[in-house]
Design a protein around this ligand. Structure first.
Ligand code: MF3
Ligand code: CO
Ligand code: CO
Length: 308
């Protein structure tokens, strides 16, 4: 049995090179140390300058958010047992045009109505039809208004009359998850922190977090970078939220499984796969040098800490 030379001894083949730079590898020894350092692959950071708003643009987003919040306060008094979803849609559309604004959903990628109305097991993108709300339903109304070309986007889940304990709990959870997501971030935070906070609460409550739909950057366009997953996605989560960026957080929380199915006939309505309840809340947010500013805070809607 031949004795192996040491790493720095001359190679047994007589080349004069050190063993580690010659036959050590082929003899089954450790791979020779690399001479050159591994190629430095520079992590290319996505360009995000265009997502950072000027002071004037931030004011424009504040105005859009405030207008949308006003629309939400307008419609909240109409949400009650017997209210017909398409009537709620008509009311919001008329209110919007009367104020000189534009409903963003109408005609967006072919969407036929001005708001989304998602009842019970509908996760999101419910199309208002002739359904009349019933005592015990939960309904999410998602409104988006364009003001001077800028978008304000928010949603609330409403309890229709007296609801089951399960319906109340999932609504409370979605509401708390929205604010926990907001509180988890500041200037320079990664998007990841939002999903971490949301998943922790939802799972603690025994509920699941929808992954098929996300929050989004928002501004002159309805949906833009960054994507805001409501779970800690290791890729999208690396995005850094800088002062001047606008985006939404809009967690959808399911009582049962997280999976959704989109209605084959209308191509929009997303329902839970198991038919169990789902609830959602959404705000449009501006990251500033001092922290997060909520642009779609209503005057009369639930505030952080609210108990449903
Ligand atoms: N408002 C929804 C969101 O939060 C999007 C609705 S798109 C529509 O992003 F076409 F369904 F209206
Ligand atoms: Co949105
Ligand atoms: Co929305």
């Amino acid at each position: 049995m031949r004795h192996k030379p040491g790493r720095n001894d001359p190679c047994h083949c007589g080349s004069g090179k050190k063993y580690k730079r010659c036959h050590m590898d082929r003899d089954g020894g450790r791979a020779p140390a690399r001479i050159a350092p591994p190629p430095t692959r520079r992590r290319r950071r996505r360009r995000t300058d265009h997502l950072v708003l000027t002071e004037g643009e931030r004011d424009a987003m504040r105005a859009a958010g405030a207008a949308n919040a006003e629309a939400m306060d307008f419609i909240r008094d109409h949400v009650r047992p017997g209210a017909v979803l398409s009537d709620l849609d008509d009311l919001v559309r008329e209110w919007t045009y009367d104020h000189g604004y534009v409903p963003a959903c109408l005609g967006y990628k072919g969407y036929p109505k001005s708001i989304c109305a998602s009842v019970n097991e509908v996760v999101c993108h419910g199309i208002p039809d002739d359904y009349a709300l019933r005592e015990g339903d939960i309904v999410n109304l998602d409104l988006t208004t364009i003001v001077d070309g800028w978008h304000g986007d928010q949603s609330e889940t409403f309890l229709v009359g007296e609801v089951s304990e399960e319906a109340r709990r999932v609504t409370q959870c979605a509401f708390d998850c929205l604010y926990l997501g907001i509180e988890a971030i500041g200037p320079g935070s990664k998007v990841l922190e939002i999903g971490r906070a949301i998943v922790a609460r939802a799972h603690a409550d025994g509920f699941s977090v929808v992954e098929d739909f996300q929050g989004h950057g928002i501004g002159r366009s309805f949906h833009q970078d960054p994507g805001i997953p409501h779970y800690p996605d290791s890729y999208a989560g690396q995005f850094v939220l800088e002062p001047g960026m606008c985006f939404t957080i809009e967690p959808m929380i399911n009582v049962g499984v997280k999976g959704c199915r989109i209605d084959k006939r209308d191509g929009w309505t997303a329902r839970t796969r198991d038919g169990k309840l789902s609830a959602q809340f959404e705000h449009t947010l501006l990251m500033t040098e001092d922290g997060v500013e909520i642009l779609t805070q209503t005057r009369r809607g639930p505030r952080p800490g609210h108990r449903f």
